[in-house]
Design a protein around this ligand. Sequence first.
Ligand code: AHM
Ligand code: MG
Length: 354
Amino acid sequence: MSDDGHISLTRFLIEEQRAGHVNADLRLLVEVVARACKRIAIAIGKGALGGVLGEAGAPGETRLNVQGEAQKKLDVLSNEILLEANAWGGHLAGLASEEMELPHPIPDVYPRGNYLLVFDPLDGSSNIDVNVSVGTIFSVLRCPDGVTQPQAAHFLQPGRAQVAAGYCVYGPSTQLVLSVGHGTHAFTLDREVGSFVLTTRGMRIPEETAEFAVNLSNQRHWEAPMQAYVADLLAGKDGPRGKDFNLRWVASMVADVHRILTRGGLFAYPLDRKCAAQGGKLRLLYEANPMALLVEQAGGAASTGRAPLLDLAPQALHQRVPVFLGSRIEVETAVAYHRAADAAAALSPGTAAG
Ligand code: AHM
Ligand code: MG
């Protein structure tokens, strides 16, 4: 505790180091990411007064990122803040961002460390201009031994290999949620002091829930088992589930997952016909894996609908996947619908699951 009874992120990390959960480099890495998130929070907090809203690029021009999505000014700014903050500390071998096609090398003038940092600099950016919560998501991997110039292939590690993951949600308050593999913990930014303060040690997701988060407007594009699963949720007390479910969808994954870590729920961005060719909507390395680690560390579950997310072997830096995560029993229920449909389709090959 500090004199005012608060445990700062710095103190928390020093205690994690003493407990053998992080080394000095990983501690520095998390501190640097947290500092960058504070700068992003300040830029977001200025809103229209900071001149940071709207599309990137010249007026009338739409700038697309590697994903083919229109970039916002804050997407670009947040990416630059994270790159700049992490270039010189000597803790990283390389970085990869949702906003950049290829991994970003550490400039030759700086020493290189043993970690790889992967991030979505501004998740939910369609919500920026309407003053709804957005966030930064990050994941930390070990750089393979002997590699000093990491290439895309070196980042393709399963989610279980993450040594840390977290997000910062820029909402009514700014919160950093972090796991270094020993629970999931939440810190709230004290804006006056400028430091993150531990506000929830050991977040726990209730196993059962009556709340789900999904973009229901995609319903007609989903696979058959997802349609059946959500139809049963919507049937409420009158259906096979025998209870009413509530629907919440912010359209910022960070905000939806933060609600689920706080009070439970199921988050799903399933396969649909619109995103089937890419494998899903959300990115495995930048979004699904870090959130899956945080959720599992809080007692929840995370799946593609068919297999545990954290076990997937990534094939590409910007790979996309279907995502189901949150309260354990609800995730298992959604998975059961998919497995049953797959088993039925295997017995009568003419019947497709989609
Ligand atoms: P982004 O990283 O480009 O902002 O996209 C990811 C976001 C997630 O935060 C959110 O869950 C999802 O896309 C919302 O999708 P939709 O617009 O289909 O509701
Ligand atoms: Mg995102």
